[in-house]
Design a protein around this ligand. Structure first.
Ligand code: HDE
Length: 703
């Protein structure tokens, strides 16, 4: 505060000799013009004072003349650009992709043919429905977009963590997105499908049934962005050097396995740390635990496509791995965090039209619409046609053409030739039929129609296939999700309609949801375009069924109290390190505790700041008096009760019992008494297997 006493000019009138109130500690001021880097305006003028605006007297009005202030504030006023209409909330990282062996038998794409080459990539993961500031744990599909900066130009594989989509034709996309986003009159809910407009649209759109099953499954609430699968969704084409085209479906598989959280956990994580996924990705990369995915392909020819009982151009269908197995072809490693979130993660512009020779589109009508949309959206997001010059979007290979000028042109093209053909500049770029991109010459004929192919008409069989491929806990979670979402819907008729669809998908699913809602006998009769068929289940679709038994990339939270046994913490630390897992020490207060040997042990977090929902398994190293005291504290009791309710493995000392009792922890599978070194191994062995699913039926039922 500048007081009147040391500011004698308050009554007006200039007094340059008046003492100035210090604003910053002296060492933070740049004291001499020549030391260090000088702050400048955007035009290079060195700034002498970045703490005070130019005023008519120390307490007088600010002068319009203050161009330094005006430049700074004007720039600030324009710092935001329109967020993405979908996928606004995203997190990105740099890395590389490397193919395991040349794929010349199926594609001529250069980056898929040289195992020595590490192709630079930038990946962005996102939720779809919420705004840029929404919570990470929304029930939603996750975007999985990868830009490969190849020697032949940028290739963008823009997929999701779910292999199918809500709609079959691009013309329905604006309706779908309007329906799921905030309702237009009230502006809520944010990042949630649990509202009337979404379920109204979905229940009137039978083609969405298969995707609804995935969205209501655990896939929509991942444990970590490092633990999601990715899918190209559409059928694409690969072209080999002889020009032979084959169909392909793209898959990404995380090497540490795919995993999800429970819905109750998701809700709590969103409150305790809305940046949970973004932070997790950042910290993993920062600590050198680089996330990795293998790229796998389902490659098939036209005859195989014709033999399938659905249309491969229909994005609401998947090809079970049991029918066309995955060929694992390479690996992506994300090993560098962005330097600047805005410049990179926000400004990255993915385009399904970014292709390289050897890869091509199919006629999937959803994909065809995307080919136009992404380019178009960048024009308004990034302010004009030169967004490819932004460093994160620029190709790493040479790029030459005669496109010129436009808003935000950053280059200074030389010479008088800006057209082709020309004879004035012998060195000017020319088309190149031998290396250039050519579209697959697919024969075409047909009438110009607005029509949905009859081969797209089965909306229920694969929804049924998905449900029946799930393990029991996964099926129960789907029932719970439907019950939650439909429970939030206000219009009863919408619930009835959805029950009608569920009855077509699977009778037991329908009955369980109707029961959870308390709405038996409220089911609409729905006449399907085609009656659903029983297809062979695909166990590969189950997350639990194929869970990787590992604790790598996971995190254990260790709650310590005064007087705890430090040898157990040492053993936990070293085993966690060997398991490539994280360990976080939590104490009642962030200042830490004194161990049994009287040594001060610092804490990473206070109990109140590190809810047990952040961890994959927990340990309580408590003495009996400390546990008795903690048992009177709601935060500690919740910590333990939540870990138990979220089916986590819990390691504990004998002294922790009073707290365990208060938290309702019952002895049984996954509750490991920690006594000496060996018991620490037992704890990690149990934690590796993931959640204790058998505990769940006794703790919650859908509804
Ligand atoms: Fe997108 N989608 N989308 N989408 N999409 C966008 O492009 C669109 C679809 C996907 O991290 C937008 O640059 C249409 C399917 C991802 O920046 C926009 C249709 C799949 C991302 C757009 C679809 C996706 C987007 C918004 C139906 C899975 C985020 C900002 C025809 C295969 C990429 C932008 C990133 C983003 C349009 C359907 C994935 C508006 C019209 C299917 C991962 O152009």
């Amino acid at each position: 505060m500048i007081s009147r006493k040391n500011n004698p000019t308050s009554a007006g009138g200039e007094n340059p000799a008046a003492p100035k109130a210090p604003v910053l500690p002296a060492e933070l001021h740049q004291t001499t013009a020549d030391s260090g880097t000088s702050l400048t305006t955007n035009h290079g003028l060195v700034i002498a004072d970045n703490q005070n605006s130019l005023k008519a007297g120390g307490r007088g009005p600010t002068l319009l003349e203050d161009f330094v202030l005006r430049e700074k504030i004007t720039h600030f006023d324009h710092e935001r650009i329109p967020e993405r209409i979908v996928h606004a909330r995203g997190s990105g990282a740099h890395g590389y992709f490397q193919v395991y062996e040349p794929l010349g038998d199926i594609t001529k794409a250069a980056f898929l043919n040289d195992p020595k080459v590490k192709t630079e990539v930038f990946a962005r993961f996102s939720t779809v429905a919420g705004g840029a500031g929404s919570g990470d744990l929304a029930r939603d599909v996750r975007g999985f977009a990868v830009k490969f900066y190849t020697s032949e130009g940028n290739y963008d594989l823009i997929g999701n963590n779910i292999p199918v989509f809500f709609i079959q034709d691009a013309i329905k996309f604006p309706d779908l997105v309007h329906a799921v986003k905030m309702e237009p009159d009230r502006g809520f809910p944010q990042a949630a499908s649990a509202h009337d407009t979404f379920w109204d649209f979905a229940t009137l759109t039978p083609e969405s049934m298969h995707m609804l099953m995935w969205i209501m499954s655990d896939r929509a609430i991942p444990r970590s962005l490092r633990m999601i699968e990715g899918f190209g969704v559409h059928t694409f084409r690969l072209i080999d050097a002889s020009g032979t085209a084959r169909f392909v479906k793209f898959h990404w598989r995380p090497t540490i396995g795919a995993a999800s959280v429970l819905w109750d956990e998701a809700v709590k994580i969103n409150g305790a740390d809305p940046d949970f996924h973004r932070r997790d990705l950042w910290e993993a990369i920062d600590q050198g635990n680089f996330p990795e995915w293998e790229l796998a392909l389902q490659v098939f020819d036209q005859a195989t496509a014709d033999s399938l009982d659905f249309d491969v151009l229909d994005a609401t269908k998947l090809i079970p791995e049991e029918i066309i197995p995955l060929r694992v072809v390479g690996k992506m490693v994300l090993n560098r965090n962005p330097d600047n979130f805005f410049a990179e993660t926000e400004q990255v512009a993915f385009l399904p039209t970014n292709l390289v020779p050897g890869i091509d589109f199919s006629n999937d009508p959803l994909l065809q619409g995307r080919l136009f949309s992404y380019q178009d959206t960048q024009l308004s997001r990034l302010g004009g046609p030169n967004f490819h010059q932004i460093p994160i979007n620029a190709p790493r290979c040479p790029m030459h053409n005669f496109q010129r000028d436009g808003l935000r042109q950053m280059q200074v093209p030389k010479g008088r030739v800006n057209y082709e053909p020309n004879s004035l500049d012998g060195g000017a770029p020319r088309e190149n039929p031998s290396r250039g991109f050519t579209s697959h010459a697919e024969p075409m004929e047909g009438s110009k129609v607005r029509q949905r192919s009859a081969t797209f008409a089965d909306h229920y069989s694969q929804a049924r296939l998905f449900f029946r491929s799930m393990t029991l806990p996964e099926q129960t979670h789907i029932v719970g999700a439907f019950a939650f979402e439909l429970g939030k819907v206000e219009t009863h008729a919408i619930r009835q309609r959805m029950l009608g669809h569920l009855a077509l998908i699977d009778t037991s699913l329908h009955d369980q949801v109707a029961d959870a809602l308390g709405l038996k006998g409220h089911t609409d009769e729905i006449a399907p375009a085609l009656p659903p068929r029983d297809l062979a289940p695909s166990p590969a679709l189950s997350l639990i069924g194929k869970a990787v038994k590992t604790f790598a990339g996971r995190k254990v939270g260790v709650l310590v109290t005064d007087g705890f046994d430090p040898s157990l913490l040492t053993a936990l630390r070293s085993t966690a390190k060997t398991a490539k897992a994280g360990l976080v020490v939590i104490a009642p207060k962030v200042g830490g505790v004194q161990d049994a040997e009287g040594k001060h042990v610092p804490a990473d977090f206070a109990l109140s700041a590190a809810s047990s929902v952040f961890f994959d398994a927990v340990v309580i190293l408590a003495t009996s008096p400390a546990a008795t005291d903690l048992a009177t504290q709601a935060a500690a009791v919740d910590w333990v009760a939540n870990a138990f309710a979220h089916l986590k493995v819990i390691g504990h000392t004998a002294g922790a019992q009073p707290l365990l009792d208060r938290g309702g922890v019952r002895a049984g599978a996954g509750i490991v008494a920690l006594t000496e070194r060996k018991s620490v191994d037992t704890f990690f062995e149990a934690a590796k297997k993931g959640r204790i699913w058998d505990r769940e039926p006794s703790l919650r039922r859908p509804g």
